[in-house]
Design a protein around this ligand. Sequence first.
Ligand SMILES: Nc1ncnc2c1ncn2[C@@H]1O[C@H](COP(=O)(O)OP(=O)(O)OP(=O)(O)O)[C@@H](O)[C@H]1O
Ligand SMILES: [Mg+2]
Length: 257
Amino acid sequence: MAIVDVVDVTKIYALGDVEVHALRGVSMSIDAGEFVAVMGSSGSGKSTLMNILGCLDKPTTGEFRLAGELVSKMDSDGLARMRNRTLGFVFQSFNLLSRTTALENVELPLLYADVPAAERHRRAREALGRVGLGERMDHHPNQLSGGQQQRVAIARALVNQPKLILADEPTGNLDSETSIEMMTLFQELWSAGITIILVTHEPDIAAFAGRVVDMKDGRVRFDRRQQPADAKAALVESRAQRGASGEPDSAVQEAPA
Ligand SMILES: Nc1ncnc2c1ncn2[C@@H]1O[C@H](COP(=O)(O)OP(=O)(O)OP(=O)(O)O)[C@@H](O)[C@H]1O
Ligand SMILES: [Mg+2]
């Protein structure tokens, strides 16, 4: 079944007297359980599309169905409900609150959803364990490496048990090996049945997805399925080339508890 169904979607931004045609008629159907990389040059409409898929914005024309529901006709309460029930977001800049711990950052979406405290802690701990950060729950973002901060952000995206994770350039601020590490995590979530749509500029990163949608000037230039590269194997290879061994976390083991 299609989890995402986009039919002839356009998005026009009005900037004073000027109209910016960010999307010029995009159609695509994404099945539950797919891992899609969205590529394309700067300004091609990737983030605009992600904002619509993420129920943060509505198309100017066209239809968008998410998990069978017609989102393009919903009011802002309806959009918020869809976001809380169905979606998890990961951003390039992590978007963590700096003065709160990893655990509290991950609990935040549950706080908004009025989940009781004990249940919040339990679910946030479980999500942090899932991304390999069980030992770092009390650290503040500035006590974590970039890769670890992005793991916290992924745990936060997971804590509501979303059907779909939307990630806009999640490896944009990470070095290449940490990026591959992040892709091992996305591939694990994919194996667990979560649908993933991930924007990237890097072909090496798109190679880990099962499908690539390439955008140009607000349209889909091509959309094709592919045999995904294995991120775990790529990580082993990258570490071997560097002559490294052991855990990638080792550089921050000394961080104060
Ligand atoms: N809020 C806005 N108001 C006006 N124009 C906008 C707005 N957001 C985006 N645009 C314009 O829409 C077009 C598509 O922008 P979008 O952010 O979707 O591109 P992108 O593919 O994500 O680019 P990048 O790779 O640089 O992130 C661009 O021409 C941009 O200037
Ligand atoms: Mg963008």
